[in-house]
Write a protein that binds this ligand. Sequence first.
Ligand code: BV8
Length: 237
Amino acid sequence: MADIRNIVILTGAGISAESGIDTFRDAGGLWEQHKVEDVATPEAFERDPDLVLRFYDKRREAIQTKQPNTAHKALARLDEEWARKPGHELLIVTQNVDDLHERAGAGRVLHMHGTHLNAWCTACDVRTPWNGPLIERPPCPACGTSALRPDVVWFGEMPYEMERIYSALREADLFVSIGTSGAVYPAAGFVQEARSMRIRTLELNLEASMGSRWFHESRHGPATEVVPQWVEEILGG
Ligand code: BV8
């Protein structure tokens, strides 16, 4: 793969599925037990903060009992080895709020939908690393006000670092989408952006996603199989 220097990788809940973290839309997934508009919108937080805080407290606690899987580890190896090649860039843009990419050793990770491991103060705007519950309304470590919310991008809110994502996409030679249903924008639109800039696109997913038709190539199978295989190829090729 001599002609590939800059890679942008988008990951979704499917890359963490085999670590035991529920996806959103698969049978029995997170959203099956909840309506999105009841737990993942600012209006929901306004209407029933306890329900929303409990939903995120449960997920924050669960995440800390899970481990990265071989797909996360393969991407961490790619991140490390790709950085050693002069003039090569790589960025992992994740929609996931878990920290399994980082715990697998990846360094260049951008959480466009936020992270479970911060609390965000709605009074002073400071974000603080946080691994406990928020349901008891603990005081913000920075300003003391009991006004902490999950540092997660809800529907209707602007995802984080969009400018940085689009500038990485503009420089990319390859866009790889891993474990995402292509249901949520703007992430689901990245492949179309890539196509419009004549960038090569590859999808690695358990099955066809809503965006499969936009990809030059789609490989279907569990992430722990198709991701290490692809990393082997791109590093060995
Ligand atoms: C925005 C954080 C603009 C919370 C999430 C009407 C009103 C308002 C907005 C909209 C609207 N219509 C459209 C929109 C835009 C909206 C949107 O896209 N809605 C959809 C439903 C139509 N988007 C937004 O609101 C975004 N913001 O547009 O802002 C704006 C402009 C100006 C000013 C202000 C704002 C914000 C979207 C972010 C929402 N937050 N999460 C939380 O995590 O709790 S989204 C949520 O879905 C997660 O973040 C998740 O990342 C994301 C996508 O889900 P996936 O990761 O793809 O997971 P899913 O379960 O769907 O799929 C799993 C896939 O894995 C499947 O394909 C499966 O086959 C595969 N898989 C399963 N197992 C495996 C596997 N693959 C491999 N191996 C396996 N083992």
